[in-house]
Design a protein around this ligand. Structure first.
Ligand code: SF4
Ligand code: SF4
Length: 378
């Protein structure tokens, strides 16, 4: 007779998963329909059925080191076919959110960002920093024309964002090291360079999204957001370096190629975020399942782009007071987006890349489009 295994459920983990989007977890009765439709599942990887029961039993440690949770691209096919309405794709999303909080460094900041009640506090901190800069930072003589640098001196902003970049890189590095350790404890292999390249290609093309049945249209919104974001990040770094080295002076002329490129990226990212927001708002099930975590990232990103465009237009119109106020809001939002990146939905990018790179040899790559299984076949 097989030895009995005593399962010690982590009840706070179960509550956490249910409170952050996996509220229908307990409806699962282990029929296996979700595994039949999921392109990631294999004979020895009964995904996501196995993860559903692990979550019901509160097996937090096992799920924190489970790569499949990160290979899931939230296509929603399993949820569309689940006969019990247990919404396995949402449960996977809730487990990912729990993992981001679990591996966060420093843990207190991870918990703060995950807590909707702390939302105001998250913006009060950067608001105070930028108010202090506006009123007390040293600056040169003001230009006759209204310029952002008259109120927010560029060297001070550069020093601040340089320091925040260092902190964000450290937070990501520690979080990823903790995650990699958990993956290896869960049976994952070592980091494989070829797998890392494959993971980057996979993310750059969103190839798996094309295999989705229920939510295929999300691919375009994701790609536009990703490339618009990367373009703006490149542009911000290039201009920051250029001004620091004294080879560039801001504001750039509207006809400057970098400026044209930045404006094009802003339009691309705005289109992507609006598509993703529209997709969530127009789908009643998705709207109901949407979490604070999802909305926080999308709304802040949309607001960053909108206030960026608004600041630029107001500067061109020389609407002095309003332009400083909108630029102040823009800076607060960028700071929040940046500082909280290791604990927000943005962190998915890093976790997913590491999971794909480390587990290349131990987890099946996706096959062709999932077969459609009706509820009656369950
Ligand atoms: S299809 Fe639904 S009920 Fe069946 S195993 Fe998956 S989550 Fe559970
Ligand atoms: S959402 Fe898609 S990838 Fe994720 S478990 Fe369900 S079917 Fe699989």
């Amino acid at each position: 007779m097989a030895d009995a295994v005593l399962v010690q459920p982590d009840t706070s983990f179960i509550k956490d998963v249910m409170a952050s989007g996996g509220g229908d977890l307990k409806k699962c009765f282990q029929c296996g329909t979700c595994t039949a439709v999921c392109a990631l599942a294999a004979d020895d990887q009964t995904f996501p059925r196995r993860q559903m029961i692990a979550a019901q039993w509160g097996q937090k440690d096992r799920l924190m080191g489970d790569p499949a949770i990160w290979l899931c691209h939230d296509c929603g096919d399993c949820t569309a076919q689940c006969p019990r309405g247990a919404r396995p794709s949402d449960v996977c999303g809730a487990i990912r959110r729990a993992a981001i909080k679990h591996f966060a460094f420093p843990a207190a900041l991870g918990s703060l960002v995950a807590n909707p009640k702390a939302l105001v506090l998250l913006f009060v901190l950067p608001a105070l920093i930028f108010l202090a800069i506006a009123f007390w930072a040293p600056r040169g003589a003001a230009t006759p024309e209204a310029e952002f640098a008259n109120v927010f001196p560029i060297p001070v902003l550069e020093a601040l964002f340089f320091a925040v970049s260092g902190f964000v890189l450290l937070a990501f590095a520690v979080g990823m090291a903790r995650f990699a350790k958990a993956l290896r404890a869960g049976g994952g292999g070592g980091l494989v360079a070829a797998a890392l390249v494959a993971a980057v290609v996979e993310i750059a093309t969103h190839r798996r999204f094309a295999q989705c049945g229920a939510q295929r249209q999300r691919r375009l919104g994701h790609l536009l957001t990703l490339y618009g974001f990367l373009g703006l990040a490149f542009m911000g770094t290039a201009v920051g370096m250029g001004t620091m080295l004294g080879v560039m002076r801001t504001p750039l002329a509207l006809t400057n190629p970098l400026k044209l490129f930045a404006n094009a990226c802003a339009a691309v990212i705005l289109a992507g975020v609006l598509l993703l927001l529209a997709e969530r708002l127009m789908d009643p099930a998705k709207r109901a399942a949407g979490t604070y975590f999802d909305w926080f990232f999308l709304v802040v990103l949309a607001a960053v782009v909108a206030t960026g465009i608004g600041s630029e237009l107001l500067r061109l119109a020389q609407a002095a007071v309003v332009m400083y106020v909108v630029y102040f809001i823009h800076l607060v939002l960028i700071f929040a987006l940046f500082l909280y990146a290791p604990y927000s939905k943005f962190a998915h990018l890093a976790y997913r890349t590491v999971a794909m790179a480390i587990t290349h040899s131990t987890f099946r790559s996706p096959g062709p489009t999932s077969p459609v299984v009706t509820n009656a076949e369950c």
